[in-house]
Design a protein around this ligand. Structure first.
Ligand code: MRU
Length: 343
């Protein structure tokens, strides 16, 4: 199962809104379709969004029918459209900047050559994500004790990345190392990435797991049933403050009170040094209907007012360590993130 696959002239996207009961694919043949799939969360998870956007940029160049002079202007429109899909995961903006740089590097060549260079760049972004996730798994496995009971939030696996996963990749690595782990999965309301996607992946990997409602986490910790919390990230500020799926902050505070280690796993492409603290991270607010409805069924009247932020910010003081492909770093994050990135 893969979130996205480049097929030579279109992007095959596994529609994650239909999982776990239907495995439906979209053949995205235009950048507008890729933008729609990202916005609707058919493809989601920071690294997967970044890679999808890179291929969306490629399709923007494939779709172009004008003359060479108009190409850059058209590609600006492509980039702006893709960037407008979701504001929080920095991987989206990072990947599109890389694609734009590649375009500018080749802008004087003929259109065919430009398209080839863009495909190669998008493939490199995807390949790099695979490589980084394996390394995150290796590093992260070191902090997972044998027989660990791990609590996780949202979905950070195969489906959220090009392959393998970040936080979930660590659990895969620990399982492959026969550590006999058990994973507690927060259902992750309102989109249910935990319930619908993470349990689906863990089931396929045969990793023992138990699904809990988000509000069960505190009680679980109080009973001593959690040894470690590992989550992913959508954007990490220069001081280590981390944006991740709504509910992550509550888990971090709970873990702090119960003296349980709380780790964030993410590739360095999720770190945004241009942002000094979490307060500056743009947090996406999604439509109220995601809360008023459950899998197409209305659970409260339409007129009920809803506040539906998709992410929250966890201050770095609650984070025991950030696990990246370059290793694990801990506080002081302002110093250590910078050191790691220039390494
Ligand atoms: O709204 P989503 O499903 O895109 O949010 C996903 C998350 O919050 C993940 O934890 C994060 O992107 C890391 S995925 C490796």
């Amino acid at each position: 199962m893969k979130a996205l696959q480049w097929q030579g002239d279109y992007l095959l996207i596994l529609n994650q809104t239909r999982l776990p009961f239907e495995e439906e694919y979209r053949q995205a043949k235009s950048y507008l379709e890729v933008a729609e799939a990202i916005k609707n969360m058919e493809v989601r998870g920071a690294p997967a969004i970044g890679a999808a956007a890179a291929y969306g940029f490629v399709l923007g160049a494939f779709n172009y029918e004008g003359d060479q002079e108009g190409l850059l202007e058209h590609m600006t429109e492509v980039r702006t459209t893709l960037e407008a899909t979701r504001p929080t995961a920095v991987n989206l903006f990072w990947a599109l900047r890389k694609m734009e740089d590649k375009l500018r590097e080749h802008k004087n060549q003929d259109l065919e050559k430009i398209r080839e260079a863009l495909v190669a760049e998008a493939n490199a972004i995807a390949e790099d994500d695979r490589r980084m996730n394996r390394l995150i798994g290796e590093h992260g496995n070191r902090i997972v004790p044998k027989k660990a009971k791990i609590l996780t939030h949202c979905n950070t696996g195969n489906l959220a990345t090009v392959e393998y996963g970040t936080a979930l990749g660590i659990m895969r690595a620990a399982h492959e190392a026969n550590k006999e782990i058990h994973v507690y999965v927060d259902e992750t309301r309102p989109f249910f990435q935990g319930a619908r996607l993470t349990t689906w992946e863990l089931m396929q990997e045969k990793i023992p797991h138990t699904l809990i409602t988000d509000s069960t986490a505190g009680y679980l910790m109080q009973q001593g049933k959690v040894d470690i919390v590992i989550v992913g990230a959508d954007r990490i500020a220069a001081n280590g403050d981390t944006a991740n799926k709504i509910g992550t902050y509550s888990l971090a505070v709970l873990a702090f009170v119960h003296e349980i280690p709380f780790y964030v796993a993410a590739p360095t492409t999720t770190i945004d040094l241009k942002i000094s603290s979490g307060e500056e991270i743009p947090v996406e607010e999604r439509e109220g209907k995601e809360v008023r409805m459950f899998m197409g069924v209305r659970i409260v009247p339409e007129e009920i007012k809803v506040y539906n932020p998709a992410f929250d910010i966890t201050p770095s003081k609650y984070i025991s360590g950030i696990i990246t492909e370059k290793g694990i770093i801990s506080s002081p994050y302002s110093v250590n993130l910078l050191k790691m990135l220039v390494k």
